[in-house]
Design a protein around this ligand. Sequence first.
Ligand code: SF4
Length: 172
Amino acid sequence: MPRILEWAEIIKSYLPRERHDESKWFELGGPDPRFPEGCEVGTTAVDDSARPGQTCCVFLRPDRICALQLASKEHGQGWPGLKPFYCALYPLYLEDGVLTFDDVTPLDFEDSGCRRPACEARPLYTIYREEAILVLGEDGYQELCEKASGDFAQDASPKTPRSLRRSMTNEK
Ligand code: SF4
């Protein structure tokens, strides 16, 4: 959140005027020591002009592009740039210390999935390499690759949570 606010004036140039009040960009949750701010911080939901009667993230523009992503790209911030940690990870996500994959939301919300057919079958942990490194670090990702190359089916040790095995290999 602090980094995003440092860029507030630039980010505003990518948002509709009615969303320019940065004091309304975030909502604080209850105390939670797992987060740097000492509590969970979420982006505010606002009326979605593209879908009357529904809401969306304050940074989701009417053209369905994330203002933080666009500002990052156009100002040389690379990836993940200004995107919040969990947004940068998606469709991977962390839950109770387990890195897993969101295969539920596309079932609940039609057209919300960001997966597209690929020309060749590849393990998800290679497709989402950058996202996995964001969580695991280079060393952790290397460890994951070594485990995966040993075949999860044979190396299904109790140390490897089933949700991680499933999400990282598309195992059903
Ligand atoms: S990626 Fe995150 S910050 Fe950007 S529009 Fe989506 S929810 Fe909002």
